[in-house]
Design a protein around this ligand. Structure first.
Ligand code: ATP
Length: 484
């Protein structure tokens, strides 16, 4: 009963969050006036700022805080052979199953996981362990048997009338040039990583990089996800933030552990409690990996992957060397040896991180007192990530107060994003800023004209205090620093 109540509460939270994101300009369904496009979303004016701030924080955490990591920006289109060499043409597929009555297609692991969520913890663990074993062995007959044995039904038809389990490639293909024949097929990249591998030597040589070193990149990736649900958690067009770290063969285990820990520290630096994260070690390793884990966050739908840390061996560089016929070795002057480096990858979804930050920040707070019912929706973003850092609010539209507010904005806006508003009561304006996640509001009132002080109001505590007008800019700059 308790579990059921919890699921309902979380379900409501997700629905409320989605509604809030739309109402306040964070995330809109794509092409909404045409009824939307499944699993494709647009970021609105505040969502785009939030997303950009998260991207910047990741980018600077990698390329500024580590002096042996550099960033690149490779294109989305790549030579088609890249995807042959990377294994995506042959292996980038998920086992799927169709319900014969509803014709609805499911990813097999999602179908079984969904079923497991309805069981007690012990029984769920047994079912998931069987699934992991069958997936690891690519035993599709066994997976179908498991689904039938457990009488797992389709949510639409309610029947257990399934097709065989089949593989389905997730890459989007299109054509380059004007002639539509086989030779012109080109793919939208399903991950950003390959843009790093094919540029490994360019960066290493032009940047005179010495191993160990990393190459970071953020950018769009595309996957024809079959079951696309969970708001911006699983999309067909999304953004990744990936870093490939090139190491000497034999040292990959140590570096894998290093990056697991470093990435978890990054997550905790977002002010999110350690209890909201967990590692999930992969049982079925991808064709390129010798170790891999996910960092999972406790989303409103439960613990789900937000980032992967993968020890990719020398698979990618070796394979590109083979397919391209170009040598991709590195000469290690410390040991006088040529070798193909091993790679540790950290791969985090930007949109999933946006969703994590939103889920974490969203709170419906009851502020009722004995004599008054009251509540607010507040987004408690870490100040460094908030779309608007400072709202500047003159108490009235007259008496020279807007002029002082404009003076303050002009002082602050070269340094951080400000927002000006003079409509509505001050209480209403504060609540609107709470809903946008603005950590600080400054109110200019008549006293400001006399003593050059203003009221600062803190979003989280709602505490208000007076400070000097000329201290505002430095105070806010201090509070929004990414690396204090
Ligand atoms: P999943 O098992 O959820 O499909 P994955 O293991 O295939 O994810 P990776 O290939 O490791 O994911 O990609 C790295 C990261 O990219 C993921 O941790 C996730 O944050 C993000 N990502 C992957 N697919 C999507 C998607 N369809 N929509 C949004 N983000 C995604």
């Amino acid at each position: 009963m308790f579990i059921f109540a919890n699921i309902m509460a979380n379900d409501n939270k997700l629905q409320n969050l989605i509604g809030h994101c739309k109402e306040y300009g964070f995330v809109f369904p794509s092409s909404e006036i045409y009824e939307g496009l499944s699993a494709v979303y647009d970021y609105g004016q505040y969502g785009a700022e939030l997303k950009k701030n998260i991207r910047d924080y990741w980018w600077r955490s990698m390329t500024q805080m580590y002096d042996n990591i550099v960033g690149i920006d490779a294109s989305i289109f790549m030579h088609p052979t890249v995807w042959k060499a990377s294994g995506h043409i042959d292996n980038f597929s998920d086992p799927m199953i169709d319900n014969k009555d509803s014709h609805k297609r499911y990813r097999v692991d999602h179908l079984i996981e969904g079923f497991a969520e309805t069981l007690t913890i012990e029984n769920a663990e047994i079912v998931l362990a069987s699934m992991d074993k069958l997936l690891a062995a690519n035993d599709f007959t066994g997976l179908k048997q498991l689904i039938e044995e457990k009488n797992i039904t389709c949510s639409v038809s309610g029947t257990c009338n399934w097709t065989d389990v089949r593989q389905f490639n997730l890459m989007f293909a299109t054509e380059i040039g004007s002639v539509a024949d086989e030779a012109n097929v080109i793919y939208l990249r399903p991950e950003t990583a390959q843009g790093i591998f094919v540029n490994f030597l360019n960066v290493q040589k032009s940047g005179r990089m010495k191993i160990p070193f990393g190459i970071a990149q953020t950018g769009k990736a595309f996957r024809n996800e079959i079951v696309a649900r969970g708001f911006i958690f699983r999309m067909r067009e999304f953004e990744q933030m990936e870093m490939q770290f090139f190491v000497r063969p034999g040292t990959q285990k140590e570096w894998y552990e290093f990056w697991k820990e470093a990435r978890m520290k990054w997550h905790l630096s977002l002010g999110i409690a350690a209890s909201k994260y967990r590692f999930h070690d992969h049982v079925k390793l991808a064709h390129y990996a010798d170790a891999a884990c996910d960092i999972e966050y406790d989303f409103p739908m439960g613990f789900k992957e937000v980032e992967g840390v993968h020890s990719r061996t020398d698979f990618d560089l070796k394979s590109h060397q083979e397919y391209s016929g170009k040598k991709l070795t590195y000469f290690d002057t410390d040991i006088n040896q040529h070798y193909i480096p091993y790679v540790i990858e950290t791969s985090i979804g930007l949109d999933r991180t946006v969703m994590m930050v939103l889920s974490e920040a969203y709170e419906e707070e009851d502020l009722s007192t004995d004599d008054k019912q009251d509540s607010r929706v507040v987004l408690r973003f870490p100040p460094m990530l908030a779309p608007i850092k400072l709202a500047i609010l003159p108490l009235t539209k007259k008496d020279g107060l807007p002029e002082i507010a404009r003076f303050l904005i002009n002082q602050c806006k070269p340094h951080f994003k400000c927002f000006y508003e003079e409509k509505d009561s001050i209480g209403k304006r504060y609540r609107r800023q709470d809903a946008l996640g603005t950590p600080f509001c400054i109110t200019i009132d008549h006293q400001t004209k006399d003593d050059q002080t203003v009221t600062i109001r803190y979003r989280d505590s709602m505490v208000q205090e007076r400070i000097a007008l000329n201290e505002v800019k430095n105070l806010i700059m201090d509070k929004i620093q990414m690396f204090p």
